[in-house]
Design a protein around this ligand. Structure first.
Ligand code: ZN
Length: 233
């Protein structure tokens, strides 16, 4: 009965304030969120959560020893994924981050490699950048995963002390130089986790995640895995 009432109400709200699909701009049905069903099934999912030694795992493991690595989507310059990440990161659309975070959490729950995760650490923004943006996008994804997986979120453990700018414009070695020593562990974990999941929005070279991992790996015996919304291979 509740479901029926929701359907009627959402259909009515959609009639007055139509919602558009972020992929194809068609009007969304009451049961669709941000993407129409047809765009959802066309999204470039990696399914890396099902294959331990996937290309992203290999890309990361030449930089540091990680346990498992996955990305929800392959990044595509044009199309829904770029549009959604842009809105989420730069236009204040936090609910898109929650939507994508829930999608990512569902895939992690299907995987055998993320079952013993007992802590989530989002890649921090420099405090100045976070103040300007009003939020840290990786933290929104991390908080969504934390809620869905029932695992603590640690936002105060890592701190970004170097305000790196425009990483997207730099090449691989310049990026690496830019993020080296950009992070510190500003406080110990309140309860020592065994297997931490590091979260970021987009993985390009992996240099930022490797810089975070090199700090966290000083906690002896800690295993680190990675999950991001989208990756460039
Ligand atoms: Zn669509």
């Amino acid at each position: 009965m509740k479901k029926k009432a929701f359907a009627v109400l959402q259909t009515l709200v959609d009639f007055i304030f139509p919602r558009n699909c972020l992929g194809c701009e068609s009007f969304l049905k009451f049961y669709e969120k941000h993407l129409c069903i047809s765009c959802q099934i066309k999204m470039p999912l990696t399914s890396f959560h099902l294959i331990r030694e996937n290309p992203l795992y290999e890309k990361i493991n030449v930089q540091f020893e990680s346990t498992a690595v996955t990305s929800l989507f392959f990044f595509q310059k044009e199309g829904a994924i770029a549009h959604m990440i842009h809105l989420f990161k730069y236009k204040g659309e936090r609910k898109i981050g929650v939507f994508l975070g829930e999608w990512l959490a569902n895939t992690l729950q299907e995987s055998a490699f993320f079952k013993d995760i007992d802590g989530i650490v989002p890649v921090p923004l420099h405090p100045k950048k976070q103040k300007k943006r009003g939020y840290n996008q990786a933290e929104i994804v991390g908080a969504t995963l934390s809620k869905k997986m029932g695992v603590p979120l640690y936002t105060e453990v890592l701190e970004r002390i170097k305000n790196t700018t425009a990483l997207a414009l730099l090449g691989e070695s310049a990026r690496k130089n830019e993020v080296t020593n950009a992070f510190i562990q500003q406080q110990p974990f309140p309860t020592a986790p065994q297997h931490v999941l590091l979260i970021d929005d987009v993985l390009t070279t992996g240099a930022t995640l490797a810089a975070c991992a090199s700090v966290l790996l000083k906690n002896s015996g800690l295993k680190i895995s990675i999950a991001v919304l989208a990756c460039r291979l």
